[in-house]
Write a protein that binds this ligand. Structure first.
Ligand code: ADP
Length: 191
């Protein structure tokens, strides 16, 4: 049975970096909605052009577009080996939609890893990030940080209601230290 895991945390917590390392090591697939949107935008697809209107403002892309894109991604055969979701879900409806999509695949969500990081540290990391992303401008960073509190309030109750599902890691540490903990948690879901 494939593992399906959500990496949850504020922007700048390092969940994308960890998702990349863990999926490469374990042969799982990383599904990052932010990266999928950026890929669509790079290819100038209609979806990418639509998403850009929201992303450039630091706003959430509407659920219908986001969920549709994830559904399409999950139908690709590589996802059968297991998926780490990074940046999804970000709303209560996305969380419910993910449950439905996984049950269509005959699976379920095995774990949510919560990357705990203080907002001030998150801000400092984003301000120092040199990837040249269009949404890494100070005013957009501030909005994404503030919105994360809302994202947390809409997504986490859904998961906290399921005993034992959510596991927390301290994200205010070196990448390798976080990686050790995250790998142990992810491996524990692989039977
Ligand atoms: P970060 O981790 O820095 O917040 P992401 O790469 O996850 O950045 O996302 C970048 C942008 O893409 C978000 O600010 C938002 O506009 C859009 N986005 C990504 N994931 C979602 C989602 N699940 N729902 C709605 N919008 C999303």
């Amino acid at each position: 049975m494939p593992a399906f895991i959500v990496f949850f945390g504020p922007p700048g917590c390092g969940k994308g970096t960890q998702a990349k390392k863990v999926t490469e090591e374990l042969g799982l697939v990383q599904v990052s909605t932010g990266e999928l949107f950026r890929k669509h935008l790079g290819e100038k697809t209609p979806l990418g052009i639509k998403a850009q209107e929201y992303m450039s403002q630091g706003a959430l892309v509407p659920d219908e577009i986001t969920i549709g894109m994830v559904r399409e991604r999950l139908q690709q055969p590589d996802c059968q080996s297991g998926v780490i979701f990074d940046g999804f879900p970000r709303t209560g409806d996305q969380a419910k939609a993910l449950d439905a999509l996984l049950s269509e695949l005959g699976g379920k969500l095995n774990m949510v890893i919560d990357f705990a990081l203080d907002m001030n540290i998150s801000r400092a990391r984003l301000m120092g990030r040199q990837e040249g992303r269009a949404d890494d401008k100070p005013e957009v960073i501030e909005k994404r940080l503030n919105d994360h509190a809302k994202v947390e309030a809409s997504v986490m109750p859904h998961y906290n209601a399921q005993p034992g599902l959510v596991r927390s890691v301290d994200a205010d540490r070196a990448i390798d230290a976080i990686y050790q903990d995250v790998m142990a948690l992810v491996k524990s879901t692989l039977a």
